[in-house]
Design a protein around this ligand. Structure first.
Ligand code: ZN
Length: 381
């Protein structure tokens, strides 16, 4: 592994660091990293890794760029909206450092392909935004003995660690043995996220990757960094390996990849579309256009969201007040509930059914689907 004269100039600020030097820069060049996700976390990770001279960068992403991504996913620009994220990412990375070999995996990472995807790489970095993929990446990395550089973000808070049982540390399951109940932790689309937050957490992950490549410093193996942007505070938790961990413990019960959607309590997509608790935005339009049908539509989003966009004539009963205020509703009345994308309204329907409501349905896709399919004058957010 040699560096060209151009590379020596490019990496000169690294080369003069005694902790890096020529030998270290060659180690960075010899390192391959698989980045799962080219979104909020994947953006700073991919850009800084490429700039730092990582030799090979794999990117797993099957999504396309949406306008609402641009607030934080700095790999992608305005002109990329509608394009595959992986391709947009490759162009941006190539623009930063053409010496970085970018390998695109334009597919969803699954239990069937995860081991083959991860096997050729030295380090895996978790830029996922959902629990099934996070547990899948964890288990695959434990089975293949690859370091898994973890980060996650939520609203104003983030966390990061390095999971590497083969280096003596814990894995993600040692920290979180069970996934949260489905719908308990809102996604960025439902809960919101400060745009710069993935920048900070992604840069922590990138720092850890470079240290692993160099073999320098003390890594986040066995430590969890917690960051709160509102208070501008970093905290640290010591993590221990759980000897009872089902994947990295002394008597592992998970010896191959499992069904992670099922493990996280999420119905497969084919079943989800046939959910008897859901109706479409077309059904909602019919209900609004024909009061004689006797169906009442209720918006369960929060007041701030109502201010951004709402459907005329649909009253608000925020999800956060539903437990206190559901008695205002009639358990024999037929209701359609909508939120932003259909996650919270489905939870609200579940809650109302527990309270004995007979005819509550959730509007699939929420007000965003309404904007796309019924009335484009309603802004999407
Ligand atoms: Zn474990």
């Amino acid at each position: 592994m040699e560096l060209s004269n151009d590379e020596i100039r490019r990496y000169s600020r690294h080369l003069i660091l005694p902790e890096v030097g020529l030998a270290g820069q060659k180690k960075i060049k010899a390192t391959s990293v698989l980045c799962i996700g080219a979104g909020g976390l994947g953006s700073p990770i991919a850009m800084y890794l490429a700039a730092a001279g990582i030799g090979k960068l794999g990117i797993v992403d099957f999504d396309t760029v949406d306008y609402s991504n641009l607030q934080r996913q700095i790999l992608h620009s305005d002109a990329d909206v509608g394009r595959p994220k992986a391709q947009s990412a490759k162009e941006t990375i190539h623009g930063i450092n053409p010496n970085c070999e970018v390998v695109l995996h334009e597919t969803r990472i699954t239990s069937e392909n995860a081991l083959d995807l991860i096997r050729p790489y030295d380090i895996v970095v978790d830029g996922t935004d959902n629990f099934p993929t996070r547990y899948l990446a964890n288990d695959a990395c434990v089975l293949l003995r690859k370091p898994n550089v973890y980060g996650s973000i939520f609203r104003f808070e983030g966390q990061a660690s390095v999971f590497a049982p083969h280096l003596g540390g814990p894995c993600y399951r040692c920290l979180y043995p069970e996934p949260p109940p489905p719908g308990m932790v809102p996604s960025c689309a439902e809960g919101g996220v400060l745009g710069v937050l993935p920048g900070i957490v992604g840069c922590i992950q990138t720092t850890e990757i470079l240290k692993l490549a160099l073999g320098k410093g003390s890594s986040l193996v066995g430590r969890l960094v917690l960051f709160n942007a509102l208070d501008m505070k970093f905290r640290e938790l010591k993590l221990r390996r759980d000897p009872e961990c089902p994947v990295c413990g002394e008597h592992p019960t998970i010896k191959e990849l499992i069904d992670y959607e099922q493990f996280c309590g999420i119905a497969p997509e084919a079943e989800a579309t046939a959910d008897p608790d859901e109706v479409t935005v077309q059904d909602m339009k019919q209900a609004l256009d024909n009061p004689a049908l006797g169906i009442k539509v209720i918006d369960v989003r929060e007041p701030d969201e109502y201010e951004i966009a709402h459907i005329d004539g649909v009253p608000l009963l925020p999800m956060s007040q539903l437990r206190q205020r559901f008695t205002e509703l009639d358990p024999n009345q037929q209701y359609y509930l909508h939120c932003k994308v259909g996650e919270r309204s489905l939870q609200a329907v579940g809650f109302l059914k527990q309270q004995g409501f007979k005819y509550a349905k959730s509007v699939k896709g929420g007000i965003n689907a309404w904007s796309e399919e019924i009335d484009s004058n309603v802004p999407r957010y």
